[in-house]
Design a binder for this molecule. Structure first.
Ligand SMILES: [Zn+2]
Length: 134
């Protein structure tokens, strides 16, 4: 363990973040939204030129993973469960963000800010003594 009490305090906080990450429930990136759709059936109410009435609303989950945008419809009876997955993902991101912030603080107290060890300057009176001796 590091002897610096500030680093020890940060390490304690990082350990707590790790504990919370271990206790994480399943998650999924993304956000949910409702969307109304227009179908392809000719003469359907959704195409009405005066009062179009699109189908839905349907729940849609969108997310980006490794730069790939994905959109999926979520069945009405699964919206609550998928909502929990998305909420858990936000918690996961918050925890990893805390870990990164704590790691940056820790590095500032350690290798990023460590001063080079210089020999201590001689006290001013020792210079006077040297002059007297001359
Ligand atoms: Zn339609």
């Amino acid at each position: 363990m590091n002897a610096n009490p500030l680093i020890q305090k940060i390490d304690k906080k990082i350990l707590e973040v790790k504990r919370q990450l271990l206790a994480m429930e399943p998650f999924h990136p993304g956000s949910l939204s409702n969307q109304r759709q227009v179908c392809g059936k000719p003469g359907c109410k959704c195409h009405d030129p005066e009062h179009p009435d699109p189908h839905g609303p349907y729940c849609k989950m969108t997310y980006v993973y490794h730069g790939k945008h994905t959109c999926r419809f979520v069945r009405a009876d699964c919206v609550e469960e998928v909502g929990a997955l998305v909420g858990n993902y936000k918690t996961f991101r918050d925890l990893t963000d805390q870990w990164v912030a704590l790691s940056i603080e820790r590095a500032k107290l350690g290798p990023l800010e460590r001063k080079a060890t210089k020999p201590k300057p001689k006290p001013a009176n020792s210079i006077k003594k040297m002059k007297r001796q001359m």
